[in-house]
Design a protein around this ligand. Structure first.
Ligand code: ADP
Ligand code: MG
Length: 251
């Protein structure tokens, strides 16, 4: 893509002067963020800095009070139709997988396709099996989540999100509930997704992952974006003392 056409393309996600409070607590402060189509962003920062809240605002799992969020050209309002329209563009993967425990892996992947997208069951199953294949878990399709390891469950959660053919994927610490030996299998799937050109916003402290795929790393503290830069720059030459202190604890 030429630089000119890249510049003229609208951002996939845009936040302008976003502010959010939980009661009196000012959790997001003047967040300005633009994510281009195909861009991979890693968000890091101390616990409680607002990372989850930030990405949960993108699909209105959290409501903001000031500022503007636009996803794939659709600006967020209170209107449920508009919110649903935005949600159709956004896939999300959570720290604790959030699979439906009473449904099989295959049924987990078909549910929204059938009920939200109104696909015939046979088509939904075909698509589900393709994505389960891609995350290398198709052979477990008829098991229940409780019969799988954490790493396997998280790969199912990724497949389930991909079944909805989202334009952007949000990951909220997808490997932090996993035993160490399972982290790689999930990160490998995420790396493949990134290399296929998916627009991604990932909250994670996996700095190896950030170095491999991130176009930009965003460091948040106390509800603000303190610093952002490509991974090499941010990790090797952090400017803010807050970033330096945080990185010295995790690197
Ligand atoms: P992070 O993901 O960076 O750890 P969060 O976005 O989860 O941070 O939370 C940011 C701050 O907001 C924390 O201090 C947290 O306690 C507070 N918080 C999160 N969710 C709620 C809520 N539903 N009600 C009140 N405070 C909340
Ligand atoms: Mg969080």
């Amino acid at each position: 893509m030429s630089e000119a056409s890249a510049q003229s393309e609208q951002p996939m996600v845009s936040m302008k002067r976003l502010n959010k409070w939980y009661g009196d607590f000012h959790v997001l402060r003047d967040i300005d963020l633009e994510v281009a189509k195909g861009e991979r962003i890693v968000v890091c920062g101390p616990s409680g800095s607002g990372k989850s809240t930030l990405i949960r605002c993108i699909n209105h799992l959290e409501e903001h009070q000031q500022g503007e969020i636009t996803v794939n050209g659709i600006t967020m309002t209170q209107d449920i139709k508009r919110i649903e329209q935005i949600r159709r563009n956004v896939g999300m993967v959570f720290q604790h997988f959030n699979l439906f425990p009473h449904l099989t892996v295959l049924e987990n992947c078909c549910l929204s396709q059938v009920w939200v997208q109104k696909k015939p069951r046979r088509d939904a199953e075909k698509s589900a099996m393709e994505y389960l294949e891609r995350v290398r878990i198709a052979n477990q399709a008829h098991k229940y989540p409780g019969q799988l390891s954490g790493g396997q469950q998280q790969r199912v959660a990724i497949a389930r999100a991909l079944c909805m053919r989202p334009e952007v994927m949000l990951f909220d610490e997808p490997t932090s509930a996993l035993d160490p030996e399972m982290i790689k299998e999930v990160l490998d799937v995420m790396i493949e997704l990134a290399q296929e050109g998916m627009t991604m916003l990932c909250v994670t402290h996996e700095m190896g992952f950030a170095r491999t795929v991130a176009d930009r790393v965003i460091f948040m503290d106390e509800g603000q974006i303190v610093e952002e830069a490509p991974p090499e720059t941010l990790f090797n030459d952090p400017q803010s003392p807050r970033t330096q202190e945080f990185l010295s604890q995790i690197l």
